[in-house]
Structures are given as structure tokens and as C-alpha cells.
Design a protein around this ligand. Structure first.
Ligand code: XIL
Length: 347
């Protein structure tokens, strides 16, 4: 068992959502209402908003923003730049013209529309690549067109179009005890240091927190140092996409849920000791909707079958596919001294 919280620091709790989850009354919707922060799981990216050049459509984003406003929740914009969700027309245009005004127009579209309603933006998602990158920066359309400085340009452009929003970068592959994640931690620290030295407006760093049990225990002492090194550079922190990929589906459900909860508990143990850590967001609430099912054909098939075969799907989120709470939910509610999330435990 992990220790009771030693600090009184209340971290906010959030989750990724899709607009179709906000429509039908039921246990999922009532759990979503208990969150402090909502993040569009998919519908906030450039390619989801402006798949045809010059013709942006905000319907999905608006639904999430309106729901949050109705329930006193905040929204984290996810994300302004992510190579994977950049429309093909924009990639082509950047390649041909290298004209930053294209990126700026996209930023202005979103930042002006949601000014005062979305107060925290992931400006650049997943920019680090220590294996095939250029100076540890992922080779993307943005990086090729504008150089490694594109991250600084992006943060400055975002600040210009919404001076009040908290601006973030967000990164994966930071929480495991192996040489790849260690190199990524070091690269991220170096990058944040450079940005801060150049007085670039960076307010927060998001640590995705997709845990994988096959990668072994979370290196608590190392992570604690890493969070402190970031905090020392005067950035706030957030755990942004917490979920757990299991390694052994043959165990009993009880054993599996305990392993998942223990992994989350060891990450939270570190997070809650860090005063700069502001929030914890899981990447969805119910295993039924978890993107992790897509990681293997068998879990994908098992979740598409009706009734869902619980023994064959990944159980890496706080609720199972029928919205029954699992040990991970109790761990979160226990660790985050936040009244909204505590009441989730009893749903
Ligand atoms: C995932 C979504 O959950 C999927 O539905 C989508 O098909 C791909 O993106 N890092 C991120 C998230 O920043 O946006 C990703 O979400 C998961 C990895």
C-alpha cells in the first residue's frame, strides 16, 4: 500500500472526451461531469478542424467547450501542432512555401474563437525524437520548413493571439526506466532550458503518462528529480494522458487491476510530492473507449464484440467497460485531494 498524501496540494483531475460521449445520459456522462478538466481526445487537432483549406469547422470543438462551460469545467486545447494530425494540404503547402503565415492563420482561428473559454493550450505535441531526430527534434513538416526553432515560433505566435492562455508542450516516453526514456528526459530538459533562456513563453510541460507494465516499475527517484529539474526552470507540470498498457491478460481480473493500480499509484506518489504539478488527466475513463485497445488486434476484437469479453480487453483506465469502478479509480481518488474526484469513487 502506498502512503497517505503528505501534502495538502489539490491537483485537478481531467479526462479526454469525445463529443458523442457528452450526449447520452448514463454513468459515463455522470463521471465526465465530475472532472475538472476536459481534453478533446481527437477532435481538437488541425486535421480534425480544417481538413479542407480555408474552411474550418468547429462543431465538435464547440460541443466540448460548451459542455465544459455548462458544468464549470475547464478545457485544455489539444493540440495546435501535432505532425500526426496535420492535414495533408498543410504539409504540402509548408513544403513548397515555408510560409509561417499558414501556421499563424491556423493558430489565430482557434485561439481567437476560444479566447477566455480554453485557458490552457498544448501548442506543440510530441516534438522530441532522440533516435532519428535532428538535434533530438522530430523531423516533421514544421521542423523541415522552419527549422528546430519552429517550437519557439509556435509558442510566441500562440502568446500573441491569446496573451492570457497557459501555453504547454506535451511529450510521451518519459516515465520508464530504460535508456530510450532516459535520453528523452534529458533531451526535453535541454530543450526547455533553451526555450526559457531565450525568453520564449512556455508556461507548462505536459508529461503524457502512458504507462506500459512490460517496461517495469516506474523509476520513482529518477522521475522525482526530473520533475524537480523542470520545476526549477519555472514551468508548471501536468500528467496529461495517464493510462496503462497491461502485459499479462492471463491473470485474474483482480490481479490485473491491482497491477494497473499499483503502476498508477507509483506515478502519482511522485507527482503529488511535486508542488509544480497542477493536474492529472487520464486518457479516457472507461476501458470500452480506450485507444489502447487498438494496440493489438485481439483487444480490438474483444472490445468490438457484444457482450464485451472483459478478460480479453486491456484494463488500463479507471472504469471497466460497463463503468464499474476499478482499483485504479480508488487510487486516483485517494491520491488527489480533490472533492470532485473523490465523489467519483462512489458512482
Ligand atoms: C490518440 C487518440 O486516443 C486516438 O483516438 C487517435 O486515433 C490517435 O490519438 N498521444 C497523444 C494523443 O497526444 O492525442 C493520442 O490520442 C495518444 C498519444
Amino acid at each position: 500500500m502506498h502512503q497517505a498524501p503528505t501534502s495538502t496540494q489539490a491537483m485537478l483531475f481531467g479526462t479526454a472526451v469525445r463529443p458523442d460521449q457528452l450526449v447520452h445520459e448514463g454513468p459515463l456522462l455522470s463521471a465526465i461531469r465530475h472532472c475538472d478538466i476536459l481534453v478533446p481526445e481527437y477532435h481538437g487537432h488541425w486535421s480534425a478542424v480544417e481538413w479542407r483549406r480555408g474552411d474550418p469547422w468547429f462543431g465538435n470543438y464547440d460541443e466540448i467547450a460548451q459542455f465544459a462551460a455548462n458544468h464549470g469545467q475547464s478545457v485544455r486545447g489539444h493540440s495546435l501542432i501535432w505532425e500526426q494530425m496535420t492535414p495533408d494540404w498543410a504539409r504540402r503547402e509548408m513544403q513548397v512555401k515555408q510560409d509561417w503565415r499558414l501556421v499563424e492563420r491556423h493558430f489565430a482561428n482557434l485561439l481567437h474563437r476560444y479566447r477566455g473559454r480554453i485557458d490552457e493550450w498544448i501548442v506543440v505535441n510530441e516534438m522530441i525524437d532522440t533516435e532519428n531526430g535532428d538535434g533530438f527534434m522530430r523531423r516533421t513538416s514544421f521542423q523541415r520548413a522552419f527549422g528546430n526553432d519552429y517550437v519557439a515560433h509556435a509558442l510566441r505566435t500562440a502568446r500573441k493571439h491569446d496573451p492570457d492562455a497557459r501555453l504547454m508542450i506535451n511529450e510521451y516516453g518519459l516515465c520508464a526506466d530504460n535508456p530510450v526514456d532516459e535520453a528523452r528526459r534529458v533531451a526535453l530538459l535541454r530543450h526547455v532550458e533553451q526555450l526559457k533562456k531565450a525568453d520564449v513563453p512556455l508556461d507548462m510541460v505536459g508529461i503524457q503518462g502512458h504507462l506500459e507494465l512490460a517496461k517495469g516499475a516506474v523509476p520513482q527517484a529518477r522521475l522525482s528529480r526530473f520533475f524537480q529539474d523542470l520545476a526549477d526552470m519555472n514551468v508548471k507540470l501536468a500528467l496529461t494522458e495517464v493510462d496503462v498498457l497491461e502485459d499479462d491478460l492471463s491473470l485474474s481480473l483482480r490481479e490485473r487491476d491491482a497491477k494497473v493500480a499499483d503502476a498508477v499509484a507509483s506515478l502519482l506518489d511522485v507527482a503529488k510530492q511535486q508542488p509544480a504539478m497542477t493536474s492529472v488527466t487520464t486518457w479516457g475513463l472507461s476501458d470500452r473507449h480506450s485507444w489502447l485497445q487498438q494496440r493489438s488486434e485481439s483487444t480490438q476484437n474483444a472490445v468490438e464484440r457484444s457482450p464485451i469479453n472483459e478478460a480479453q480487453i486491456n484494463r488500463g483506465l479507471p472504469f471497466d467497460s460497463a463503468m464499474r469502478t476499478k482499483q485504479m479509480m480508488h487510487t486516483l481518488a485517494y491520491d488527489l485531494s480533490n472533492s470532485r474526484i473523490s465523489s467519483l469513487r462512489t458512482l
